[in-house]
Design a protein around this ligand. Structure first.
Ligand code: ZN
Length: 296
């Protein structure tokens, strides 16, 4: 199959016909290549002449190009690094969603059908709906909270499921053993329900101390991930920088809360209008830290 043809088939699966024809007009002069650079998916043989586009394979979202991502140096103490953004100059940002209260099947369909890359940092008391109700609900009612099946559906739709403790404590108020119980307990639960081992940990409130990294390491965590901007109801981005601009490598934080699907649609459109792509966090972090895949 010619590169142009395989590009068109893959693009047709991900974008509208309009986007494909727009892409055809500008694709060749982007960097003088076919537009396939950086794509590692291997879609296999597509039936020639079939109107049905080949189903896209590989992880969702933009993948790092060779040499694109700067290495995050290993910490001298051998503990997992604390990362807030990805060191790249490419206009790519990363979507992360925390807690797990709202369990809207429409959101699963949204990320699956549009192949939107997300990393979900889930915490037990939200997923199982047994903790105090999250104040981010702002009086709204959560949809269907209480099921690990929802988290599995998210994973099957392409999301990465990561660790956000059992009970959402402010970790620096706890001793080492308690911090470890929160982090290891969450990883164990995710393993039990999903069969995968989280490699990333997000401390609740972004709050941590030296014991937190030590405990995370003991629980098999490769890196602690914070964020550079939060997304408010209505898809509004609250920046932590004064110029209120998205920057390459930004990590955005959302919450599973009422109207997530609608807010998410607004947000994704906004990001694309500003010329940014949505990146695959897992692939970018591996490029930045040099950790091999399948680490456990
Ligand atoms: Zn949280």
């Amino acid at each position: 199959m010619s590169p142009a043809k395989s590009w068109a088939i893959r693009s047709a699966a991900a974008f509208t016909v309009l986007a494909v024809s727009a892409g055809c007009g500008t694709g060749v002069d982007r960097d003088g290549k076919s537009g396939d650079e950086g794509t590692v998916s291997a879609p296999g043989a597509s039936p020639t002449g079939s109107p049905e586009p080949a189903s896209p394979k590989g992880p969702p979202g933009a993948l790092p190009r060779p040499g694109e991502v700067k290495r995050i140096p290993r910490s001298d103490d051998g503990l997992p690094p604390v990362i807030s953004s990805i060191p790249t100059k490419r206009k790519v940002v990363f979507l992360t969603i925390d807690d797990g209260w709202e369990q809207d099947p429409g959101f699963v369909a949204q990320i699956r059908d549009q192949r939107i890359p997300i990393a979900a940092f889930v915490m037990r008391d939200a997923v199982e709906a047994r903790g105090a109700v999250d104040p981010t609900a702002q009086g709204g009612r959560f949809l269907g909270a209480g099921k690990w099946g929802y988290v599995r559906d998210l994973r099957d739709a392409g999301a990465t499921i990561e660790n956000h403790t059992l009970t959402h404590p402010n970790l620096p108020t706890l001793g080492y053993e308690q911090q470890k119980a929160e982090i290891c307990g969450s990883s164990k639960l995710i393993r039990k329900h999903l069969g995968t081992q989280p490699t990333l940990f997000r401390p609740p409130f972004g709050s941590l101390n030296s014991l937190t990294r030590k405990a995370a390491k003991a629980c098999g965590i490769d890196a602690l991930l914070l964020w550079t901007a939060t997304v408010q109801p209505g898809g509004k981005i609250a920046y932590q920088v004064p110029d209120k601009k998205l920057r390459p490598g930004d990590v955005l934080l959302l919450h599973f809360r009422p109207n997530l699907s609608r807010d998410f649609r607004i947000l994704v459109n906004k990001i694309k209008r500003r010329g940014f792509e949505l990146g695959n966090l897992d692939a970018y972090l591996k490029a930045a830290t040099g950790n091999p895949s399948g680490n456990s």
